[in-house]
Design a binder for this molecule. Structure first.
Ligand SMILES: Cc1cc2nc3c(=O)[nH]c(=O)nc-3n(C[C@H](O)[C@H](O)[C@H](O)COP(=O)(O)OP(=O)(O)OC[C@H]3O[C@@H](n4cnc5c(N)ncnc54)[C@H](O)[C@@H]3O)c2cc1C
Length: 386
């Protein structure tokens, strides 16, 4: 990136993804969600075109690009009304962690399927009792000969029904200190002892969330990703990509909401001129345009820093981008509903459905409060508040 313009390559990527996403569009996405169907066709099409794993190294079936590329894919899909949460999870979190820390065998085993979409990987860290405080997770792995036995519970795990495997954040006992340390395991979603039930959510999305029960699931030694002692580092490595992707998910959604609102207010007339001519309508939409562009700029900065290897700089920027993008999306969705008047609440116009999807961005994968905690502590040097 230079002169505040993305590379020509990335701009072309955005255009190509937009073209593909338009052939599916919002109607397809909403129809799948309302009929309990999956967006597998779209997912596989993105994979086939090489966009899904665009950030994964080429030797494992990816595009050899950076996090900014896969974030651009996620944003453009959302901007066409197809916000795919599993983009955040499978290629960005799981793809990054395995690419960076997996053994050669693990990379060969799991990355090609993540890239072509045939072996989507879910990600499970959240637990009912630990919540935001992931230091308190209790899902535990204990050794049994050469194998592992994994036991615990997870909640709000996206896409368990679509994933072949799930990357589970758990803990093992440190042989020396007896303390529990985090580590990551790849678990097949059909493993004996693993079960999951869907949580009824109010989001209009084909992608569902699940409660996951892990009851003495037996895993081979090589299910452990990377190093048993390096779990925390590995986990942190997935956080910046996760935030950059979540920001892109939100800016894409915000752009979609704003496009819908703008098109509507240009055409709707109730006082002899389009309602968009009234500043009460135009100004909030202009405000959204500014907020979205600011969030996009910070997301692109975070991607550039991450790609340059500046993890600390990327951390601050990714948190700020994620915060700003979620706020921009919530406001844009709300303004889109308001601009549509009564039509904003109908299923026919499908705008109100954006409210909950945008709202989820303030909660997941990291809540706005935890970002404010981070910025208070790390950017402002305030005392830790929790
Ligand atoms: C649509 C959706 C998809 C998700 N997908 C996944 C997934 O695929 N995998 C996965 O592992 N998880 C997933 N999650 C879970 C998500 O990451 C958690 O919901 C989120 O981290 C918050 O945890 P919690 O729900 O337990 O909230 P809690 O921890 O109970 O927090 C409740 C509220 O209190 C606030 N709070 C808590 N502690 C503090 C503090 N110290 N200071 C200030 N405020 C605080 C929080 O910000 C929040 O607003 C998903 C959630 C949603 C909604």
């Amino acid at each position: 990136m230079s002169s505040f313009t993305e590379s020509e390559e990335r701009q072309t990527l955005r255009k190509e993804v937009t073209k593909l996403a338009k052939t599916y569009g919002r109607e397809y996405f909403t129809r799948c969600a309302r009929n309990g169907e999956k967006t597998t066709d779209l997912w596989l099409a993105i994979g086939k075109a090489g966009y899904l794993g665009v950030n994964v190294p080429e030797q494992y079936g990816g595009g050899g690009g950076g996090i900014g590329d896969v974030a651009a894919v996620c944003e453009e899909l959302a901007a066409q009304g197809c916000p795919l949460l599993m983009m955040v999870v499978s290629p960005a979190i799981c793809g990054t962690v395995i690419s960076r820390f997996g053994t050669e065998e693990q990379k060969q085993r799991w990355l090609p399927g993540i890239c072509d979409g045939t072996e989507t990987m879910a990600f499970a860290i959240t637990e009912p009792d630990a919540g935001t405080n992931s230091h308190n997770i209790t899902t535990t792995a204990r050794r049994d000969g050469d194998e592992w036995l994994l036991t615990g519970q997870k909640i709000y795990i996206s896409g368990m029904d679509e994933a072949k495997n799930v990357l589970v954040v758990s803990r093992t006992e440190d042989a020396k200190t007896g303390r529990l340390k985090p580590c990551l395991f790849v678990v097949p979603t059909d493993a004996p002892g693993l079960s999951f039930t869907s949580i009824p959510m109010e989001i209009v999305s084909p992608e569902l969330q699940f409660q996951v029960f892990i009851d003495d699931v037996r895993l081979p030694a090589d299910a452990l990703v990377g190093d048993e002692d390096g779990g925390l580092v590995q986990l942190f490595a997935g956080l910046n990509p996760e935030r950059i992707m979540a920001a892109s998910f939100s800016t894409g959604l915000a752009r979609y909401a704003l496009d819908r609102a703008t098109a509507y207010v240009k055409g709707r007339e109730v006082w002899g001129s389009p309602i968009g001519s009234h500043q009460g309508i135009a100004h909030p939409l202009a405000q959204s345009k500014i907020e979205i562009e600011l969030a996009r700029l910070m997301t692109q900065k975070a991607s550039a820093l991450y790609e340059a290897g500046d993890d600390a700089g990327a951390g601050e920027a990714a948190n700020m981008a994620k915060y700003a993008a979620a706020e921009a999306a919530c406001d844009a969705a709300d303004r889109a509903v308001q601009s549509h008047g009564g039509n904003g609440i109908t299923q026919e116009y499908g705008v109100a459905g954006l409210l909950v999807a945008a709202r989820a961005g303030r909660i997941a994968p990291v809540s706005r409060e935890m970002i404010l905690n981070f910025v208070g502590m790390h950017s402002l040097g305030l005392p830790k508040s929790y």
